[in-house]
Design a protein around this ligand. Structure first.
Ligand SMILES: [Zn+2]
Ligand SMILES: [Zn+2]
Length: 268
């Protein structure tokens, strides 16, 4: 199975990732991807991006060297913000893709399953939210799986099967079986599913081998995976709500080096 879109990637703006948007786009193109969502961490994560970063993402071309770029975020559930998310609704509305997930040092931990579940259910109820990232992180942020999957089905919110969670170096590696359980439950219940790389470096964009193997083991068909290609992603997102930016914005291609262009001119 091959997937042509990656809905979970990070740039240097996340504070602990090491590539730029442009580098992610080049890597995506080299890997044959049609679309990526740039989903930098929200401000609650230490060194996460400031709200202004997301607000000004409109300067990024919507097609970069042939790859569709969705300006997104990976925001955090919040106990203090009015909308229960660490970015305000006015800002989320401007983004092409809104992902939310639990991360360390943001006010949640492994001690209170009910508290985590309540906070996440509130997030899922928000019509601006498109995807919940790595929901199976049982070791750090336990959740009531049945309640979360049920809400995701009801609100047409994507539950992610996160490739990085299966890396032995991941902080989430302890919860791997639960990540699989979530995917299985999401599949059985009919929730939208996406497989994300969670790339924190350009070379990892579009790499989902471990998560793909799990999906195949469960028997999830390609047609059930939202990020199978750009058309499927855009159809899912536009069916959910209007996306002011999706069909706006310029296209940009890396210009040929001046010498190359000059030689081509001489020949032709
Ligand atoms: Zn991160
Ligand atoms: Zn994350």
């Amino acid at each position: 199975m091959r997937l042509l879109a990656d809905l979970h990637t990070h740039t240097i703006a996340s504070g602990h990732a090491y590539s730029t948007v442009t580098e992610l786009a080049f890597a995506a193109r080299a890997g044959g991807l049609e679309l990526i969502a740039v989903t930098d961490h929200g401000p609650a994560v230490p060194q996460g991006a400031h709200p202004w970063y997301f607000w000004n993402a409109k300067v990024i071309p919507s097609v970069l060297d042939g790859v569709r770029i969705l300006n997104g975020c990976e925001a955090n559930p919040s106990l203090t913000e009015e909308n229960g998310i660490d970015l305000p609704d006015e800002l989320l509305r401007l983004l092409d893709f809104v992902a939310v997930g639990f991360h360390p040092l943001t006010g949640f931990d492994d001690r209170d399953r009910a508290k985590n579940t309540d906070a996440l259910l509130r997030v899922i109820e928000n019509p601006l939210v498109d995807q919940i990232t790595h929901p199976g992180n049982e070791h750090e942020f336990p959740l009531d799986m049945e309640a979360v999957v049920g809400a995701a089905v009801h609100r047409n919110v994507i539950l992610e099967l996160n490739d990085h969670s299966f890396a032995p170096t991941s902080a989430r590696a302890n919860g791997v079986s639960r990540e699989r359980d979530f995917a299985e439950a999401a599949y059985a219940a009919g929730a939208p599913i996406a497989i994300g790389s969670d790339a924190h470096y350009a070379l990892h964009v579009g790499r989902f081998d471990a998560a793909l193997a799990v999906a195949e083991e469960i028997g999830i068909e390609r047609e059930r995976i939202v990020n199978r290609d750009a058309a499927a992603v855009l159809a899912h997102l536009t069916a959910k709500r209007e996306r002011p930016r999706l069909d706006l914005g310029g296209e940009w291609s890396w210009p040929a080096a001046p010498g190359v262009a000059a030689r081509a001119g001489e020949e032709g």
